[in-house]
Design a binder for this molecule. Structure first.
Ligand SMILES: Nc1ncnc2c1ncn2[C@@H]1O[C@H](COP(=O)(O)OP(=O)(O)OP(=O)(O)O)[C@@H](O)[C@H]1O
Ligand SMILES: Nc1ccn([C@H]2C[C@H](O)[C@@H](COP(=O)(O)O)O2)c(=O)n1
Length: 208
């Protein structure tokens, strides 16, 4: 019986899009771990808290309750009655979130939120199949060339592909420590695969 499916990968590798479709096909909830890091970064920017200051970030979380709501059609993050979700995928948050994600106690807080979610689900991130859910039923790790990822990301937001590629490479460097595939993860290079082809590959590999 499927309990947890993990889909990890580098920035803009297609984790969220693929995980949402896989979860829909498996009739499971879909969980986006990156949104919690993004929400902490957004709160820090909103309240002028330095993202280098772990203690200040933890105090911010004590005073502003963040809640991840995993829905099949996409996750939402709420903070005391306010839906932050639409503020989390911006270049400003992209530039700040890696610094937030480098703090061990912030990572512990995110992991505690994730482990408290009712199983089963499909969860996407960087270290779901390694640090957070090593016991997962089946694990996948998505990659794609930085150029392809930049072209895809630039397609979502206005922006020069070269600048987007440079920003992605920077985020890859910052996130490297927590972005290694689990030894038992199925690696998928999606550079030359459509979204549907990636989803199909994954569904074929998920045990019935
Ligand atoms: N295999 C693919 N072929 C074409 N487009 C894709 C593919 N996978 C993802 N995309 C598109 O690339 C963009 C980035 O995908 P997505 O947001 O799912 O990546 P991500 O890994 O979750 O990003 P982030 O790490 O920033 O959260 C989206 O517009 C998505 O539709
Ligand atoms: N499990 C995770 C998920 C995300 N992060 C960090 C790395 C990213 O820079 C940032 C945002 O994630 P994304 O929405 O781009 O998937 O959060 C992490 O360290 N661990």
């Amino acid at each position: 019986m499927l309990v947890i499916v993990t889909i990890d990968g580098v920035a803009a590798s297609g984790k969220s899009s693929v995980a949402a479709r896989v979860a829909q096909q498996l009739n499971l909830p879909f969980v986006s771990s990156g949104l919690l890091y993004r929400a902490v970064a957004r709160l820090a920017l909103k309240h002028d808290v330095p993202t280098q200051d772990q203690e200040a970030l933890l105090r911010l979380l004590d005073s502003h309750a963040l809640e991840l709501r995993p829905y099949a059609q996409g996750n939402e993050v709420w903070c005391e009655g306010e839906d932050l979700t639409h503020e989390l995928h911006t270049a400003e948050v992209d530039a700040a979130v890696s610094r937030v994600a480098q703090h061990s106690q912030l990572r512990a807080w995110v992991n505690e939120q994730l482990r408290a979610l009712p199983e089963p689900f499909v969860v996407e991130g960087r270290d779901m199949g390694t640090a957070v859910f090593p016991q997962a039923s089946v694990k996948f790790y998505l990659t794609a060339s930085a150029r392809v990822r930049a072209e895809r990301r630039a397609g979502e937001r206005t922006g020069d592909v070269d600048a987007v590629e440079a920003a992605l490479r920077e985020r890859d460097r910052h996130d490297a420590a927590q972005s290694r595939p689990a030894p038992d993860a199925l690696l998928l290079d999606t550079s030359n695969l459509s979204l549907d082809e990636v989803v199909s590959c994954i569904l074929k590999a998920v045990p019935a």
